[in-house]
Design a protein around this ligand. Structure first.
Ligand code: COA
Length: 142
């Protein structure tokens, strides 16, 4: 989808997408993730026709190390390249800060999405309680 605008948003703005896609049926406070409010953390939102439809969060805990987290696109708008645009934007931010390794705990169902974006699996499968099987995936940019 070409008429999507990606821009930086606040931690709390991510909740309207995190909640239905990543935390449905759980308390709303579960939408707050550790380090959301760190000064080095950035949140990006994809807007379609003025509505926030996708979100992703970038953590930058140490030099040249970045974590992607909270990747979500509203169910009705998935597979329209909105997630890809968010990851591209996040990677551009990493490159603009000197580049480095980006990693994430990828839900098993999302592994094909990240593989298409050039990430590779670098762990055994592991379980995150109440969410399911995951793999660590990574990519170096810049
Ligand atoms: C995973 C997710 C963020 C991808 O965003 P999206 O906007 O749907 O993805 P895109 O349209 O940019 O997909 C890019 C490519 O990956 C593929 N893809 C996306 N999600 C996929 C999935 N779950 N399984 C298989 N392929 C997938 C798309 O078909 C597309 O393939 P193509 O290039 O051959 O056309 C989104 O589907 C989502 O929010 N899923 C539920 C929450 C989730 O699992 N988040 C990830 C947590 S780690």
């Amino acid at each position: 989808m070409s008429d999507v605008i990606v821009s930086e948003i606040s931690a709390q703005e991510t909740w309207s997408v995190r909640y239905p896609v990543l935390r449905a049926g759980r308390p709303l406070e579960d939408c707050a993730f550790p380090h959301d409010e760190d000064q080095s953390t950035a949140h990006f939102g994809a807007f379609y026709q003025g509505q926030l439809v996708g979100v992703v969060t970038l953590l930058h805990p140490s030099e040249r190390q970045f974590q992607l987290r909270g990747m979500a696109v509203l169910t009705d708008l998935q597979k329209l390249k909105i997630g890809s645009q968010l990851v591209n934007h996040l990677e551009a931010r990493v490159v603009s800060t000197g580049g480095g390794r980006i990693w994430m705990n990828a839900r098993a169902i999302a592994v094909p999405f990240y593989l298409k974006l050039g990430y590779h699996i670098c762990s055994e499968v592991f379980d995150i309680p109440r969410i399911g099987p995951h793999y660590v995936m990574e990519k170096t940019v810049g």
